[in-house]
Design a protein around this ligand. Structure first.
Ligand code: ADP
Length: 401
């Protein structure tokens, strides 16, 4: 028995989970939010399952790491730092370099650093988090787990954009996708538990949260995923546009006089369900408004459901046949209403059908088959667990026993 940590460091936050491995038991987890502020918030799960919270100044990520370590000691979760045998870090962008998770060494660090222009809000803070842990626990092995690595099996015809080749060669401009750790977790679990590791499995995984992406997976390997160079691509999301005619961008820059950067931020942070519904980016609010008859909320749901159904149909076409469709993440796990809105668009041609009762009853972390017996393809809700995947990779790559 030994302990490993899964860490997700952002620019002003540091989320963590501590596992006992190989049992995969969660010992604690928490977050340091508002790093850099005098009123930062540190929360940690105590042994009795309650959440303990403190508001205090946290100057930087090194202070956050100290806080997390001391917090785990104070809660009696660890007695000695030596109990922690490995740390896995979530890294958003691994570019073309990483088709698997990797040991943190100078080369890994340099490559993550060189990819900062592709993920300016993430890769920098991830490195700061790694370095803060290295300072505190210099002898503990650390690994990088990339959101992009699962998608590295895409073929050039899928990852290249139809633009001049020099943009790919000089600037690494191509489809990378995201949510890869989640899609990988869902695929492994689905193929093992629902398809009994049979040969030639073909599945579609739907990671549908505020950010959302689909993945067509054959034999456990990504064939195609919906996010592109960045998470802005693919289906319509909570606040992101998803795919659009690229000339929208040029047209709006020219006709509004806004800068490209400010429009780009708006397409990421104030578009999608939020912009169309003018209610919220949260499906719970939009559902409530639609049920009261709000026309814009209804339109937002219809636009969203149609786009998602079109992706599902095109991925099914691409795979040739589909053994299983997996729903996951905030909306996929929790919203019967939004799931139904999508499946209603996939019934006539594709023959997808929900079991109405099972769909209604599946939310809040439940794992359940939600398709009816006569659905052309079975569908299951599986709660995703990216941190567990990070913990498993940490054990695998550091060869911990
Ligand atoms: P992200 O990780 O991209 O921020 P999540 O996977 O956490 O997104 O999904 C959050 C979204 O899930 C919310 O914005 C909301 O639209 C939707 N949602 C619906 N029902 C629930 C629920 N019961 N709990 C949490 N999120 C929910």
């Amino acid at each position: 028995m030994f302990k490993v940590m899964a860490v997700n460091a952002g620019s002003s936050s540091m989320k963590f989970k501590l596992y006992e491995m190989p049992e995969e038991k969660v010992l604690t987890g928490g977050n340091v939010e508002r790093i850099g502020h005098d009123d930062a918030i540190f929360s940690i799960l105590a042994k009795d399952g309650t959440k303990h919270k403190k508001i205090l100044p946290v100057k930087d990520h090194s202070v956050a790491v100290q806080l997390i370590i001391q917090g785990m000691k104070d809660e009696g979760i660890i007695q000695d730092l030596k109990e922690i045998k490995g740390i896995g870090h979530r890294i958003v962008q691994g570019g073309p370099y990483f088709s698997d998770s990797a040991l943190f060494n100078k080369d890994t660090e340099d490559k993550i650093e060189s990819l900062i222009p592709l993920a300016p809000l993430h890769n920098g803070p991830h490195l700061i988090g790694f370095r803060a842990f290295k300072k505190a626990l210099p002898d503990v092995g650390q690994i990088a787990v990339f959101d992009t690595s699962f998608h590295q099996t895409m073929a050039p015809e899928d990852y290249l954009f139809p633009i001049k080749r020099e943009y790919y060669e000089k600037y690494k401009c191509r489809r990378y996708g995201a949510h890869g750790t989640s899609h990988r977790y869902l695929a492994q679990k689905a193929i093992h538990e629902y398809l009994h590791d049979k040969k030639d499995t073909r599945i579609i995984t739907l990671h549908i949260g505020s950010g959302a992406s689909l993945c067509a997976i054959r034999d456990g390997k990504c064939v195609l995923t919906s996010m592109g160079l960045t998470p802005l691509g693919g289906i319509m999301m909570g606040t992101r546009t998803g795919d659009m005619d690229p000339s929208v961008f040029n047209y709006l820059v020219t006709s509004t006089g806004r800068t490209a950067e400010s429009l780009f931020q708006e397409f990421n942070k104030e578009s999608g369900l939020q912009a169309v519904s003018e209610v919220s980016n949260d499906t719970r609010d939009i559902e409530a408004a639609a049920l009261k008859g709000d026309e814009k909320a209804k339109l937002a749901i219809k636009m969203w459901a149609l786009r998602l159904s079109q992706f599902i149909a095109s991925y099914a076409c691409r795979l040739g046949h589909v053994d299983l469709i997996v729903w996951s993440a905030g909306i996929g796990e929790n919203s019967p209403y939004f799931r139904k809105a999508v499946i209603d668009e996939c019934t006539e041609f594709m023959g997808l059908k929900l079991d109405a009762k099972k769909n209604e009853e599946t939310y809040g972390g439940k794992e359940e088959i939600i398709s009816s017996k006569d659905s052309s393809i079975p569908m299951v809700v599986i709660p995703t667990d990216e941190e567990l995947m990070i913990a498993r990779d940490t054990v695998r790559l550091l060869k911990l026993k």
